[in-house]
Design a protein around this ligand. Structure first.
Ligand code: NIG
Ligand code: FE
Length: 411
């Protein structure tokens, strides 16, 4: 049994409740055994049986559930700083892609990289994310766009799940773009996905979700439906990159097919917002992508007022969102999406857990949940989001073990 004492404010964030209800407890303690929370509440109510446990002192800081980055493109070769500079000169993201750059250029670099190189690079990012308080990361393929290179990315995630502390939830995004070699026969690529690659990935348990980028220049609504129906029939959960650069109806499709989430959504229609809210599909907002592409930010008030759950994630990738700093996404969500700090906290804990199908075990600090938490060097979360620092996270606990910060040596 282990104990974390002297917590100024503990946010238990129960899975159910209003978007801004985070259940803050002043002067709190958390006790865990193995990888499971046994007690989280006021110091004065700690059961006597836990009092002698090996203890750590939070030093009057606040504690939140381990952060969940529920949308990343973690594994990729190369970078695209030249495109960033071109966009600053006026080129659009879509123009660059149509000219063979963008996702295509990362596909070339990812195909050229070995599994070891990709695992090293993604592993470095994960180590940084752990220091920021992140404990679970959804990670997509989508820069291989053929059987071997898509599976290579998913094998990187499998290997990282075994070799480092953060938990990775793998998503197959073979439908990120029609690869150049299929440009004149796109139906053949959709056939390949539906008839060969998706069945193999499901059979080998290489991914938990299947995602499709529905957008002009990517996949149509009809293609997306076919691909997702094939994935669903093989037991994969569904996600959609929807309505990011134009209104394409992806959010409505996500609701109709029972997807766990739809992501981006800046241009989603009022009707599709209502459909997602009533279907319980999580709206994953990605404010770092809006920042870098100078696209509108998600109008989170409209979504929350419609009854939707809004998650917040980084979208870490080498093009539209070249940062895995979840705290940056959180502060942007507060300032530009007009979410309260409480709403943002739900967006990176319970709602993010739901977006990766883990809300029964992750994202809350209540007895029975996973012992994943972050000690934040701030008196409360208002201060945390307001005072943006290189890293306000003092220590990170994953599955009951300190994986970053000052308590690490005492495990
Ligand atoms: O989520 N929208 C599509 N995919 C990524 C960008 C990928 C890239 O530019 O490499 C996104 O923004
Ligand atoms: Fe994305």
């Amino acid at each position: 049994m282990k104990l974390l004492k002297n917590i100024s404010m503990l946010y238990r964030v129960p899975a159910e409740g209003g978007h801004d209800e985070v259940d803050p407890i002043a002067d709190a303690v958390v006790a865990w055994e193995g990888d499971t929370i046994r007690f989280a509440g006021p110091a004065g109510e700690l059961p006597a049986e836990f009092a002698d446990a090996d203890s750590f002192d939070a030093g009057g800081r606040c504690v939140v559930p381990g952060l969940i980055d529920c949308h990343t493109h973690l594994c990729f070769g190369g970078w695209r700083g030249d495109e960033f500079a071109a966009r600053l000169e006026g080129a659009s993201y879509q123009d660059i892609q149509a000219a063979g750059g963008g996702i295509n250029s990362t596909v070339n670099a990812t195909r050229a990289a070995s599994e070891e190189e990709l695992a090293d690079k993604a592993g470095n990012a994960l180590a940084d994310m752990a220091r920021l308080g992140v404990t679970t990361v959804e990670a997509k393929s989508g820069y291989g766009l053929n059987r071997d290179d898509e599976i290579k990315q998913l094998e990187v995630y499998r290997r990282l799940n075994e070799s480092q502390a953060l938990e990775i939830v793998p998503t197959f995004l073979g439908a990120h773009l029609v690869p150049v070699e299929y440009r004149d026969r796109r139906d053949d690529y959709v056939d390949l996905l539906c008839n060969d690659i998706i069945p193999e990935i499901a059979e080998r348990n290489l991914a938990r979700f299947c995602d499709v980028f529905i957008e002009d220049n990517a996949f149509t609504l009809a293609e997306g439906r076919r691909i997702l129906e094939s994935a669903k029939s093989r037991g994969l959960g569904l996600k959609i990159h929807a309505d990011q650069l134009s209104a394409g109806g992806g959010a409505g499709l996500a609701a109709e097919l029972g997807a766990v989430s739809a992501e981006h959504l800046e241009y989603a229609s009022e009707q599709d917002i209502a459909a997602m809210a009533s279907a319980g599909t999580v709206a994953v907002s990605l404010p770092i992508a809006s920042l870098y592409l100078r696209e509108p930010f998600l109008p989170a008030r409209t979504w929350i007022e419609a009854g939707a759950r809004v998650a917040v994630a980084t979208d870490f990738n080498p093009g539209s969102a070249p940062s895995y700093h979840l705290h940056l996404a959180m502060t942007l969500a507060a300032v530009h999406q007009r979410m309260s700090p409480n709403e943002v906290l739900r967006g990176v804990t319970t709602h993010a857990a739901r977006a990766v199908g883990l809300h029964a075990s992750h994202g809350s600090l209540l007895p029975g949940y996973r012992a994943d938490l972050a000690v934040i060097d701030a008196p409360d979360i208002n201060h945390w989001l307001y005072h943006f620092r290189p890293n306000a996270c003092e220590a990170t606990l994953k599955n009951g073990n300190w994986i970053a910060g000052g308590f690490r040596s005492r495990n």
